[in-house]
Design a protein around this ligand. Structure first.
Ligand SMILES: Nc1nc2c(ncn2[C@@H]2O[C@H](COP(=O)(O)OP(=O)(O)O)[C@@H](O)[C@H]2O)c(=O)[nH]1
Ligand SMILES: [Mg+2]
Length: 406
């Protein structure tokens, strides 16, 4: 610090005074915004501690001499204002809650300060410059600025979930259910929004089958101080695709086959995911060989070990078993005891040797039942029960999501 004080001393004190007070204000203005942004709060707290220490040092004249905050109050105040506006603060009026620019600006100001001090120090006539120390100082300063920026900009990442299943197994409706039951879903894909819209259209029983590839995804934020984002993702493909994913798990992209590109991407998604959700069609029961389980096992075998942990098996369309459950459980509604219904469904499915094999990898307790409440309309047809506004009722989704966050 001694050198810095010395070098600063020789620069015009009035100019320094304006610079220091303005940029301290700028920094404070940016920090205020970072407090508003839930994802930057932790950084804001830590950076506040550093700025408070800095202000105390400056006020005592330890770092810079002759800085009086109240003498030209317009400079720190306009600094705060500039920091706030350039950090995107006017977005508050539009209801924005994320301020990436504020975080970026704090790093720019700090980088500016360090570079300023660096040049002052090395250009000072009192310092004997030596090429080696200059280079090592440049390296230290660059590394510090880089890591500081990374720290200020950092958002805590949560796991990526990828779900898949055979054709017509209820994949699309499963995704829709997760979206509807997640308490604060953000950034839904266009395809997912369209699906939700269709699900709320009175007159359509079930969203119609699509004939093209659909990209369903959304993120879900959780936590209060350390905000994490969890990504729910599914690519819907009309027709069988488990076999293809399996095939492309270890096959290099074939340049000639343009229409196979989607499977290359899907296989990549599977490998990059932190949790896999295997969808099993409850309607196929007890036809276990129709459920795609063998393909799941093959895909699992091609994954690196750590990717398999925490994956789970979801049985869709479990409304088909509700009557049987009620007969057995003295007419008790599944809603009254989630765990009991979960156990009931597990017991039904776990007898199959293929399911056992799958569970051996993903863990015994991970069979999750989900369904939409339905009513029978004719012999082989059920349609979802809706309230007066057209909303559907679901079972099991919020419990599944809660478990996925653990
Ligand atoms: N009874 C019942 N049928 C369902 C449920 N979810 C989906 N289905 C039926 O399964 C069909 C296919 O669902 P969808 O989500 O489009 O499957 P995908 O082809 O795997 O995307 C729907 O059209 C419904 O007839 C459910 O919870 N209960
Ligand atoms: Mg679909």
């Amino acid at each position: 610090m001694g050198h810095i004080t010395q070098t600063i001393y020789h620069i015009n004190p009035a100019g320094i005074h304006v610079l220091i007070t303005f940029f301290t204000g700028f920094y404070v203005g940016s920090l205020l915004l970072m407090f508003v942004d839930r994802k930057k709060r932790i950084q804001a707290i830590l950076l506040s501690i550093s700025i408070i220490i800095l202000i105390i040092y400056i006020s005592k004249g330890i770092i810079f001499s002759n800085i009086h905050w109240s003498r030209n109050i317009e400079w720190p105040v306009s600094g705060i204002f500039a920091g706030f506006v350039l950090g995107g603060g006017l977005g508050i009026l539009r209801g924005e809650t994320e301020f990436k620019w504020a975080a970026r600006n704090t790093s720019v100001v700090l980088a500016g300060l360090i570079i300023f001090v660096f040049f002052n120090y090395h250009l000072s006539p009192y310092i004997e410059n030596n090429i080696n120390t200059t280079i090592s100082d440049v390296v230290v300063v660059s590394v510090f600025i880089y890591f500081f920026k990374e720290f200020a900009m950092y958002t805590f990442k949560g796991p990526k979930l990828f779900m898949f299943g055979p054709a017509n197994s209820g994949k699309s409706l499963f995704m829709a259910g997760c979206y509807l039951e997640a308490s604060a879903p953000v950034n839904p894909s266009d395809d997912l929004l369209e699906l939700i819209d269709e699900l709320h259209t009175i007159g359509i029983d079930w969203p119609k089958h699509t004939t093209d590839v659909k990209d369903y995804h959304f993120t879900y934020e959780y936590g209060s101080l350390f905000i994490k984002n969890i990504l729910f993702k599914m690519t819907d493909y009309p027709g069988p695709y488990l076999e293809k994913i399996n095939e492309y798990m270890d096959k290099k992209e074939d340049k000639n086959e343009k229409n196979e590109e989607i499977f290359v991407k899907l296989a990549k998604d599977v490998k990059k995911s932190d949790k896999l959700i295997f969808i099993i069609d409850g309607e196929k029961y007890p036809d276990f060989d129709q459920m795609g389980i063998i393909e799941y096992i093959k895909i699992l075998k091609k994954l690196p070990e750590r990717r398999i942990i925490d994956s789970c098996v979801v049985i869709t369309k479990c409304d088909l078993f509700v009557d049987e459950y009620k007969d057995k459980e003295k007419n008790e509604d599944p809603e009254n005891d989630y765990n009991s219904f979960k156990k009931f469904i597990s017991n039904k499915f776990v007898h199959d040797i293929r399911i056992q094999q799958l569970l051996r990898v993903v863990g015994d307790i991970s069979i999750y039942p989900v369904f939409y409440y339905t009513k029978q309309v004719d012999k082989n047809k059920r349609k979802p029960i809706r309230d007066y506004a057209g909303n559907v009722f679901t079972f099991g989704f919020s419990e599944l999501i809660d478990d996925m966050l653990k």
